[in-house]
Design a protein around this ligand. Structure first.
Ligand code: IPM
Ligand code: MG
Length: 368
């Protein structure tokens, strides 16, 4: 089989800093595990806009379609706030998701033991937490038409459209059921069937798929607002949550914060299998570009490193190596190594982004 290929898109803000630490892990796998990857790098987001006047060039888009996996850092920053919608940094990311048809966005929220004290919730509520949010990523109100700001009479009206087809709902639900079978075998589907027709259809399609093809998986339904409430009340009641694009955006930030820091959470965005059997895939940390701390060596690279671990698992069938990376992260945290975002009330001296990356590499060294 050809050497697996990875396209790195560091993006904006802390993106390049955290991605540099992922490079160390990739290099380590090459040097110590004989696993080599063909790595290339391009611009995305504001960085691409500055260089090319667009947040994603056609050439980069084409390359993303060809590689086995895309790793993305983060996009956006205050510098680009006033840009037209069509060239905002976020459009680069949305175009990648849409054109690669990455419909299933996997956002695990796992609470590392060493960090249970960092959550804003009580320790017993979050300790041992391990849930997976499956967010639909290529449809819904993010992409529905009509959209825009129009004039009606003598005032303007802003319009976005929530739209879901049965097949769009079914394919992301299928991903959720498949994942559930490998975990706690439980899926909770969240929508607003009490006020939205798209929610009524969502509920129907998920239930039908479960009854016809996944009778062994336990399925429940919850209104998304109640789901948010339950996530903060007793999150451990959940195993896999499947939900639409917008609710998934909100609920995954909420779930991320349960674990103590947004700097810890990885994600995988998966599409249909390519000719080589690997899914179309993009991996990115859930956190954003954090412009307030960019360039200061303060960023936590763990979310980005764990996103790469997800790539090892879902794109390259290297589950054991993924676990090795995850264990190394756990070890470093248990040893008390902390970036600034992980400083508890007791204080201490935070390590820099590069020091955290080095500590994880050292833990990997110790693992072989
Ligand atoms: C996310 C982000 C994006 C989204 C932005 C950057 C477009 O919040 O991945 O959750 O809204 O999907
Ligand atoms: Mg978000």
């Amino acid at each position: 089989m050809a050497t697996p290929s990875i396209l790195i898109l560091p993006g904006d803000g802390i993106g390049p800093e955290v991605m540099a630490e992922v490079r160390k892990i990739i290099d380590w796998l090459g040097a110590k595990r004989g696993l080599s990857f063909e790595v290339s790098e391009e611009l995305v987001g504001g960085a691409a806009y500055d260089a090319h006047g667009t947040p994603l060039t056609d050439a980069t888009m084409a390359k993303a379609q060809e590689v086995d996996a895309v790793l993305l850092g983060a996009v956006g920053g205050p510098k680009y706030d006033d840009l037209d919608f069509s060239v905002k940094p976020e459009r680069g990311l949305l175009r990648l998701r849409k054109e690669m048809d990455l419909f299933a966005n996997l956002r695990p929220a796992q609470c590392f033991d060493a960090l249970a004290d960092f959550s804003s919730l009580k320790k017993e509520v979050v300790a041992g937490l391990d849930i997976m949010i499956v967010r639909e990523l290529t449809s819904g109100v993010y992409f529905g038409e009509p959209r825009g700001i129009f004039t009606e009479g003598n005032e303007r009206v802003g319009i976005n459209t929530q739209r879901y087809t049965e097949s769009e709902i079914a394919r992301v639900s299928r991903s959720a059921f498949e994942l559930a079978r490998k975990r706690g075998n439980k899926v909770c589907s969240m929508e607003k069937a009490n006020v939205m027709e798209s929610g009524v259809l969502w509920r129907e399609v998920v239930q039908k798929l479960r009854d016809e093809e996944y009778p062994d998986v336990e399925l429940s339904h919850m209104y998304a607002d109640a789901g948010a409430m339950q996530l903060t009340r007793w999150p451990k009641q959940f195993d896999v949550i499947v939900t639409d694009n917008l609710f998934g955006d909100l609920l995954s930030d909420l779930a991320a914060m349960l674990t103590g820091s947004l700097g810890m959470l990885p994600s995988a965005s998966l599409g249909a299998p390519m000719a080589n059997g690997r899914p179309k895939a993009l991996y990115e940390p859930v956190h954003g570009s954090a412009p307030d701390i960019a360039g200061q060596g303060k960023a936590n690279p763990i979310a980005c490193i764990l996103s790469f671990a997800m790539a090892l698992r879902y794109s390259f069938d290297l589950g054991e190596e993924a676990e090795r990376v995850e264990k190394a992260v756990e070890k470093v945290l248990a040893d008390g190594v902390r970036t600034a975002d992980l400083m508890g009330p007791e204080g201490g001296t935070p390590v820099s982004t590069t020091e955290m990356g080095d500590a994880i590499v050292a833990a990997l060294d110790a693992s072989v």
